[in-house]
Design a protein around this ligand. Structure first.
Ligand code: HEM
Length: 405
């Protein structure tokens, strides 16, 4: 394990808690003031690099001297749960080329823009179905439970070919995996999900099942491109990634829009501004907080600093998305900004596989929610919402979102 670059006691700690569900943690302004690249202290006192400059983040996220392999010595550990093997040996997100690229090529077509356009009516139907249920049940409602989780959950399970009748199990296990702070509970939830997917893929292979997993089982496991075990791990990554992030964006995005009546009025007056609004929500909410975690495999000189082999490097989406050199008046919500210059989906070879799907779900979710329930409002003040992700390096979200209309 490489030595900490400096005395970590003198460093600012990372991550830091949000005070408001849709604003950057107050302490991040001090991190930004330290420059494009600075050292921070993790929960265990280890010092790692935090990249907060937007151009520096893009340069480093495409630099092959940084590895995403979480099993490498020196890989930064944000919270005890990331020590669990289930969080370390993940395909795609925690693998380097060439294996990463092979897996990615197998999956890209299912998440392409073309495929998402074809899925649009189905996603709309899913969104409408959950709104119908909310309206039939009548106010109040917990928007997290009734809408933000079920929409991406049903969509990803259909895309993968995971039976939605098992949703109580996989939604609960996914939540426990992501929300645990300690290694044990995270490992247990991941183990339950892996065992479930192992059985499912065996069945899909025998029955020539449909969906992405059925296809990969029938074609790529049969012809040896993928092992059964690799497909189980890929399924685990896709199921978990397909749930928590989009659910959190729907929940926090709804809070942010309800808290900005002016934005909401503009959106209603000009529905064409919705894609820009979704992009701006992605920029300011940065629900994953980080755009990536890596470990250096060689020395790298950047922004007047030297990253040594074995140093941990974290990329702050929250701060880089507010780089004033790139985003004028960065704390202002402006759906008319041009370009998609945020790092909320990461950058480089690991840039989010599901970003086209997430954009589609978010657009249809917000459009339908605010059109079909025009009087929607928070049932409790935003400041009282039970937040999650506080300082644990997990997805930022609200556990419950009481709304009425
Ligand atoms: C708004 C919702 C989402 C956000 C904010 C988000 C964010 C991210 C980020 C920041 C990364 C880069 C991680 C890194 O470089 O280390 C990433 C990668 C990834 N995301 Fe997403 N994601 C979202 C939705 C989804 C969905 C719906 C899926 C569907 C399965 C998904 C699947 C993945 C996968 C598989 C990777 C790893 C890609 C690779 O390593 O090649 N994400 N995501």
């Amino acid at each position: 394990m490489p030595a900490a670059p400096h005395d970590s006691a003198a460093l600012l700690s990372f991550p830091q808690p949000r005070a408001c569900p849709h604003q950057a943690p107050p302490g991040y302004a001090a991190l930004r003031d330290q420059g494009a690249l600075s050292e921070v202290a993790l929960y265990d006192g280890r010092a790692v690099w935090l990249v907060t400059g937007y151009p520096e983040a893009r340069a480093l996220l495409t630099d092959p001297r940084l590895s995403a392999d979480r099993t490498r010595p020196g890989f930064p550990v944000l919270a005890p749960r990331f020590r669990a093997s289930v969080a370390r040996k993940l395909p795609l997100i925690a693998q380097d080329p060439p294996v990463h690229d092979t897996h990615r090529r197998l999956l890209n077509p299912d998440f392409s823009l073309k495929h998402m356009r074809a899925m649009r009516p189905e996603v709309q139907e899913v969104v409408d179905g959950f709104i119908d249920r909310m309206l039939a049940k009548g106010p109040p409602s917990d928007l997290v439970e009734d809408f933000a989780i079920p929409v991406p959950s049903l969509v990803i399970s259909r895309l993968l070919g995971v039976p939605y009748e098992d949703h109580a199990f996989f939604q609960d296990a996914t939540g426990r995996l992501m929300r645990a702070t300690e290694e044990g509970p995270s490992q247990a939830a991941g183990g339950e999900l892996a065992a479930y997917l192992d059985r499912l893929i065996t069945r899909l292979r025998a029955e020539r099942g449909t969906g992405l997993l059925g296809r990969l089982a029938a074609e790529d496991v049969e012809n040896g491109t993928l092992s059964h075990e690799e497909l189980v791990q890929i399924a685990l990554v896709l199921l978990v990634a397909g749930h928590e992030t989009t659910a959190s964006m729907i929940a926090l995005g709804t809070v942010a829009l309800l808290e900005s009546p002016e934005q909401l009025a503009q959106l209603r007056a000009d529905p064409e501004s919705l894609p820009g609004t979704v992009e701006e929500l992605l920029r300011v909410l940065a629900v994953t907080d980080l755009a990536g975690s890596r470990v250096a495999t060689e020395e790298i000189e950047i922004a007047g600093r030297t990253i040594r082999a074995g140093d941990g490097v974290l990329f702050s989406a929250t701060v880089a998305n507010r780089d004033p050199e790139v985003h004028a008046d960065p704390d202002r919500f402006d759906p008319h900004r041009t370009g998609r210059s945020h790092l909320s989906f990461g950058y480089g070879i690991h840039q989010c596989l599901g970003q086209n799907l997430a954009r589609l779900e978010l657009e249809l979710a917000f459009r339908t929610l605010f059109t079909r329930i025009p009087t929607l409002k928070l049932a409790v003040p935003a400041a009282e919402l039970p937040l999650r992700g506080i300082g644990t390096g997990t997805i930022q979200s609200a556990d419950h979102l009481p709304v009425t209309w």
